[in-house]
Design a protein around this ligand. Structure first.
Ligand code: IPM
Ligand code: MG
Length: 361
């Protein structure tokens, strides 16, 4: 029995989670794997229920599970809340509590959807990038941080600050994840940083080079983050695995996702040192503007469930059957609104899910 903690958040969360669970239920029948789901609130939903975005029982439920599946959190209506109560804080909190230091964000374009990329088809065809983003360090968590006042030119002024900081242990463990990922792919890691300016990046490079000695078969290259942002839109096929820190990974992974056509297509996995369960979520947000309309694209969450089968449960065959089912649905022309083009078969969230469920064999 695999115990899955299902974190119900905001916006389209319910719709995409029920799609992913329908798919898992089918996988359960076809591949004889038993799943038990424990539903727990997070984000704005938890705030409404409990007054906090990440209740203790949600954390405990996750810690007791074998894997965590998260919908999405956030709603504009919480914009005025104290930062400590905002839904996004729950996301950072659960990443830290579960020690999810490695965020894998695959950006693989489905060639059926080349037209929906803002880039030319010949540039994006066959793009297949894995961003390995460090997730529990960097300016996101670095201390000291805050807003204070300082006297400058005889005047008291406000000063905001965060600390971009990594220690070598944090760099080592994320570098290992990147090299291991590359070994299963095309044996290339590109470390993206700002080593021409930042000391923390210089250390990141030093340590990554040391770690690379364990992986002689993997080719390691380096790129400054500003250049990478540009290369991703001019020649994205050059990349295999991109290894990078938390903030650069946040920014670049939004860029790679849009290159692939729709935010609604891309999954993610967040891994720990295995002492705590891994977490899976679509890379898109909660999209409150389209919530409850049965139009959200469920594929990112369905593919996140596939990553769960692969990374948490080593059920590669079952995972592949989901990837293939998604591909087949696209081949047959089924499209939710975000990826629809004239003459395609426009379907709702539920219909898309049913087509994919049917294609799982
Ligand atoms: C992401 C998101 C989060 C992040 C926000 C919502 C805190 O942008 O997962 O990429 O910055 O990590
Ligand atoms: Mg982001």
């Amino acid at each position: 029995m695999k115990n899955i903690a299902v974190l119900e958040g905001d916006g389209v969360s319910d719709e995409i989670l029920s799609s992913a669970i329908k798919v898992l239920d089918k996988v359960s029948k076809v591949y004889n794997i038993d799943f038990k789901y424990t539903y727990l609130p997070i984000g704005g939903r938890a705030y409404e229920l409990e007054g906090v975005p990440l209740p203790d029982y949600t954390i405990e439920g996750c810690l007791e599970s074998d894997a965590v599946l998260l919908g999405a959190v956030g709603d504009w209506k919480y914009d005025k809340l104290d930062p400590s109560l905002r839904p996004e804080r729950a996301l950072l909190g659960i990443r830290k509590k579960l020690n999810l230091f490695a965020n894998l964000r695959p950006a693989k374009i489905f060639n059926e959807l080349l037209f929906s990329s803002p880039l030319k088809e010949e540039i994006v065809k066959d793009v297949d990038i894995m961003i390995v983003r460090e997730l529990t360090g960097d300016v996101y968590f670095g201390e000291p941080r805050g807003i204070t006042t300082k006297t400058i030119q005889g005047k008291e002024v406000r000063v905001g600050f965060n600390n971009m900081i990594y220690n070598e242990l944090e760099i080592e463990r994320i570098a290992h994840i990147a090299f291991q990922a590359a070994k299963k792919r095309n044996n290339k890691v590109c470390l993206v940083d700002k080593a021409n300016v930042l000391d923390v990046s210089r250390l990141f490079r030093e340590v990554t080079i040391e770690v690379s000695k364990n992986y002689p078969e993997v080719d390691l290259s380096f790129m400054y983050v500003d250049n990478c942002a540009m290369q991703l839109v001019s020649n994205p096929r050059q990349f295999d695995v991109i290894l990078t820190g938390n903030i650069f990974g946040d920014i670049l992974s939004d860029e790679t996702s849009t290159i692939c056509g729709s935010l609604g297509m891309l999954p993610s996995a967040s891994l720990s040192d295995s002492k705590t369960p891994y977490m899976y979520e679509p890379i898109h947000g909660s999209a409150p503007d389209i919530a409850g309309k049965n139009i959200v694209n469920p594929i990112a969450t369905i593919l996140s469930a596939a990553m769960m089968l692969e990374y948490s449960f080593s059920e590669t065959k079952a995972a592949n059957s989901i990837y293939n089912a998604v591909q087949q649905a696209l081949k047959e022309g089924y499209r939710t609104k975000d990826i629809y083009r004239e003459n395609d078969k426009l379907v709702s969230t539920v219909e898309m899910t049913d087509v994919i469920v049917k294609a799982i064999i």
